[in-house]
Design a protein around this ligand. Structure first.
Ligand code: SIN
Ligand code: CO
Length: 378
């Protein structure tokens, strides 16, 4: 099932993105859930999938983490609980379809599609996220309140050891979402969803990198690539009278050393590319039992088969920089812009896509990606 989003992205980005929350009424017309509550419960029973069960019975919050046993779902109370499953798009093809309409926002910003089933009065309480999120209402109805941007006025506390909540807030948005309605919340705006009728909701989440993550990954990149492996060199050293003092002239030399490490745009760009291609949630990567050959791949494609990219896998390249492709945290090289486009901008590859268009080295790259389980034959 494919979804078409009723939104003018240019207008949305200019007026709301990172600025203010908004409701897009009937963002999806005639919305049909891509997953059933039973299927969602099934996903929450899998080891690799990150899930939570949040309950609020008689005023007591509790949070349990999956994988869950089937018995959890046999004797559930009627109200005040919610089942949350992260990165459903990595494991369930139907839910992955719901990510497609948001592709005007780049993949490097996209985090995951979280799906919630909420019983009446279920929710996670008032809280603040540091994510941009589009909450798509599926079947059912939920009442959402969103407050003014956090400027330090809200008191945060931890409930049940795992739920970050705030005490309360005055609403600037206070509305009931119907199936197909979308609530956009930028980072830093408090919000709370209460459930009026058993509901499915879909959070399409985007996460901007932090400065400290860029810095810390850059340091990892330098070590992994054996760069910056040099000591301070100071042949002009003079005696000093104060043993415990770091002299300003020495401090300046080390500051310059650190700054010079950050002078190479090439290193910075490669480190950012690799960082942004890492997924924050486990992927369904299965290496083939026996390695696949180039001939096998070509004959599979010739027989009208496809090569599919693992759902949610991030494959990225830098605009204006040829030859590097960043896939799931690793850097690969190709001279072919066509192959970059196939890997990074498409979810599947056909025979027509590669026929007489790739050099031997590019075919070999494709073979190694299939053997790493990152692309697979259908
Ligand atoms: C919810 O659906 O109640 C949780 C989603 C969120 O607030 O981010
Ligand atoms: Co939230």
């Amino acid at each position: 099932m494919s979804y078409s989003l009723n939104i003018n992205m240019e207008d949305f980005l200019a007026n709301y993105w990172h600025k203010k929350p908004t409701i897009i009424k009937a963002g999806f017309s005639n919305f049909i859930d891509p997953i059933s509550p039973d299927e969602l419960a099934g996903l929450s029973m899998e080891d690799e999938i990150d899930s939570r069960f949040i309950s609020h019975q008689e005023g007591n919050w509790s949070v349990e983490h999956g994988p869950f046993e089937g018995s959890l779902f046999e004797n559930l109370p009627q109200t005040h609980w919610q089942l949350v499953v992260q990165a459903c798009n990595h494991w369930h093809a139907g839910t992955a379809e719901l990510v497609q309409p948001f592709k005007a926002l780049p993949q490097w910003l996209f985090d995951d599609l979280m799906v919630c089933y909420s019983a009446p009065q279920g929710g996670v309480g008032p809280h603040i996220d540091q994510y941009d999120v589009f909450i798509v209402q599926g079947s059912g109805k939920r009442h959402w309140r969103v407050g003014a941007r956090d400027e330090g006025q809200y008191q945060e506390s931890i409930q049940a050891g795992a739920l970050r909540q705030i005490t309360g807030f005055d609403a600037i948005i206070d509305q009931v979402l119907m199936p197909g309605d979308i609530l956009y919340i930028p980072p830093g705006f408090p919000h709370e969803g209460d459930t009026l009728e058993p509901s499915m909701s879909y959070s399409v989440g985007f996460r901007s990198p932090k400065e400290r993550e860029l810095l810390s990954h850059f340091a990892d990149y330098m070590i992994a690539n054996d760069k910056g492996d040099k000591h301070l060199h100071n042949p002009g050293m003079k005696p000093q009278t104060k043993y415990g003092e770091i002299q300003t002239s020495d401090l300046d030399k080390m500051t310059a050393m650190l700054r010079s490490a950050l002078q190479s745009d090439n290193d910075i760009h490669n480190s950012i590319g690799a960082l942004l291609s890492q997924s924050r949630h486990q992927l369904d990567i299965i290496e083939p039992d026996t390695p696949v050959t180039a001939i096998e791949i070509q004959s599979h494609l010739k027989d009208l088969g496809f090569l599919h990219k693992v759902s949610g896998l991030k494959a990225l390249y830098l605009q204006n920089a040829a030859s590097c492709v960043y896939i799931n945290g690793e850097t690969y090289h190709t001279e072919s812009e066509h192959l970059m486009d196939l890997l990074c901008n498409q979810t599947q590859i056909s025979y027509h896509d590669i026929q007489s268009k790739l050099a031997q080295a590019d075919i070999e790259l494709l073979v190694s990606l299939v053997n790493a389980g990152l692309w697979y034959l259908d």
